[in-house]
Ligand binder design. Structure first.
Ligand SMILES: Nc1nc(O)c(N)c(N[C@@H]2O[C@H](COP(=O)(O)O)[C@@H](O)[C@H]2O)n1
Ligand SMILES: [Zn+2]
Length: 350
């Protein structure tokens, strides 16, 4: 059965789908506050009426003005209204990417404008209307779902995550290519123009949850969260790329080979994998969802620096995260430095 999303009022769930939702659209030196303002103004050739609608304080006022001047609506309006609507809805989403992420996140669901007042743009309230606005929104969604940066992940939901360091807001995403579930833990308020402190942390069940001393992951995770809270704001991206992308069971196989003398790179290769199988391209989608273009990146790993730069993210600072050196992982850390290029101070891996 096809799932349906019904929308109508801009302040309700899925209100961003409504033409009444606040979504500034810049066209030829003019900024339309909503797609409704633009749509209603296109009915008229009289520039004073167009200006009055543009300046209407609310989309509802813009709508009422079009009714007031109904006798002056241009003669071909009924022929062009569909393409006008299609154009402005497309522009609304092209120019308001946060809404586009939310639109793409509706997946395959049927979008219906549940309007008892309109059986052309909406469903007429009884489901028998044409729902032309819903059809346009689904067309726009299909288009953007294949475009950068929307094609990588879809956002599912968000909730509070209290931790020993402070309360984060946790955002859940699904990577479209793999179905993997990734997280962004946001602390504090991310301010435009202030690059946040971030960490791209790859899943390590053994280190992050089971206190393993074989690696440095758990130690880095704690320090990264603490640093973010101390900085006042930032984001920890928790990426489900267990075992440098080979998965948990293969990581156990790799550990077994390391118990018998292989180093971490040789073990991966003996199992038929590259030393590091991770791909960070999908991070573009999560960063864009959070409106992040510049960052301070906590990492020792040059591949993460390169991956973010390739994704078009500006790294204003790299913050070293040298944690947890102990007798069980000193060989592993040395191999990370010598074979994988990790940037450690010589005093850290002595
Ligand atoms: N394949 C593999 N072999 C090992 O010996 C390992 N210790 C790991 N650990 C995984 O590496 C990732 C963290 O590395 P970075 O610090 O981000 O470079 C994480 O996915 C661990 O599970 N993997
Ligand atoms: Zn680990």
């Amino acid at each position: 059965m096809i799932e349906e999303i019904q929308f109508y009022e801009p302040n309700e769930d899925y209100g961003f789908l409504s033409n009444f939702s606040h979504s500034p659209i810049h066209l030829s030196d003019v900024t339309w506050p909503t797609s409704e303002h633009y749509y209603q103004a296109q009915k008229f050739t009289n520039s004073e009426i167009v200006q009055e609608i543009l300046n209407a304080p609310t989309p509802d006022d813009a709508f009422q003005l079009s009714r007031k001047y109904a006798h002056l609506v241009k003669s071909d309006w009924m022929d062009v209204r569909h393409s006008v609507m299609r154009y402005i809805v497309f522009e609304k989403f092209r120019q308001n990417p946060h809404f586009t992420h939310l639109l793409v996140s509706t997946g395959e669901k049927l979008l219906t404008e549940h309007s008892h007042k309109d059986s052309y743009w909406g469903d007429g309230g009884d489901g028998r209307g044409q729902n032309e606005l819903g059809k346009i929104l689904m067309e726009v969604r299909d288009y953007f779902a294949e475009q950068e940066p929307f094609k990588h992940v879809h956002f599912v939901d968000s909730a509070k995550l209290p931790t020993q360091w402070g309360t984060f807001q946790m955002y859940g995403f699904v990577e479209r290519a793999t179905g993997k579930e990734h997280l962004a833990l946001v602390y504090g308020e991310l301010k435009q123009g202030e690059p946040p402190l971030i960490r791209l942390h790859s899943e390590c069940l053994t280190g992050d949850a089971l206190f393993s001393a074989r690696c440095d992951c758990g130690f880095q995770l704690s320090r990264a969260m603490e640093n973010i809270v101390n900085a006042g704001s930032g984001v920890l991206f928790y990426l489900r790329q267990e075992g440098r992308g080979i998965g948990l069971i293969n990581k156990i196989r790799a550990y077994h080979l390391q118990d018998d003398g292989a180093d971490t790179v040789e073990a991966n290769e003996a199992l038929g994998f590259a030393a590091d199988m991770r791909n960070y391209e999908f991070c573009k989608g999560m960063l864009s969802f959070l409106n992040i273009e510049s960052v301070k990146l906590m990492t020792n790993n040059p591949r993460k620096v390169k991956a973010l730069k390739t994704a078009g993210i500006n790294i204003v600072e790299r913050v070293a995260l040298q944690e947890g050196n102990n007798p069980h992982n000193s060989g592993y850390l040395k191999t990370k430095a010598s074979k994988l290029g990790h940037m450690f101070d010589s005093s850290f891996i002595k």
